[in-house]
Design a protein around this ligand. Structure first.
Ligand SMILES: [Zn+2]
Length: 219
């Protein structure tokens, strides 16, 4: 909640409580940059994927502060960082793609109050100039924490998770879509989303994510 006092007091860094001039203090910002992959880093995946950094240390804490401690302002530096990485890839010449954030289930959205992937997508689109479609997908099933499941259970769990969202049910995107998520781990979520688009005949240009637990391909 913004009060009159907040207009004059700069908020402290949400990670370390030091005074900060931007969303994070200088120290945490430097630590965050140490999680970033060098531009042009590649991953082995069936679909082009562009990721900002390794899911560890300060990047892990920044995403947690955004998701669980309501530091929604952190979506801006993270989304901008991802946009810069995307703009350095050859795929970024696709200027007519529509960005679709991975949605939360309605019950989870109500509990959290916001979808972090949607906030990240807003910042991402601000910098890339791509169009955003927040309701391109709808999550119709609440899923369990995937990391506790075996690969077979994961596939089972991710069956029929998504439907085409209200925006695309009304009007299809002009060309392909770019899926945006906060964290890319096993790829099960993203694969389920791709499947949903495929069934509807909507081409997927690729996936962008802030962080991944995957190791890049050694070059
Ligand atoms: Zn800090």
């Amino acid at each position: 909640m913004k009060t009159l006092l907040n207009l004059f007091l700069k908020p402290n860094c949400p990670l370390c409580n030091r005074p900060a001039n931007t969303e994070l203090c200088d120290y945490c910002q430097r630590q965050l940059l140490r999680c970033r992959f060098p531009l042009g880093t590649e991953f082995s995946a069936e679909i082009p994927i562009c990721v900002w950094g390794q899911y560890k240390d300060v990047l892990k804490r920044t995403i947690a502060a955004l998701k669980y401690n309501y530091h929604t302002e952190l979506a801006k530096p993270l989304g901008y960082g991802l946009a810069e990485t995307w703009l350095s890839t050859p795929q970024s010449r696709l200027t007519s793609v529509t960005v679709v954030p991975i949605p939360l289930h309605a019950a989870k959205l109500k509990k959290r109050g916001f979808n972090q992937a949607e906030l990240l997508a807003k910042s991402f689109c601000e910098l890339t100039g791509l169009s955003l479609c927040s309701q391109g997908l709808e999550r119709i099933k609440e899923t369990e924490a995937l990391h506790e499941l075996s690969p077979e259970q994961r596939l089972q769990e991710m069956q029929n998770v998504f439907n085409l969202g209200s925006d695309f049910r009304r009007r299809r995107p002009p060309s392909s879509v770019l899926i945006l998520d906060d964290i890319y781990t096993t790829g099960a979520t993203v694969k389920a989303a791709i499947e949903t688009f495929k069934i509807s005949g909507i081409p997927v240009a690729g996936v962008v994510a802030i962080a991944t637990t995957q190791k890049p391909i050694n070059r």
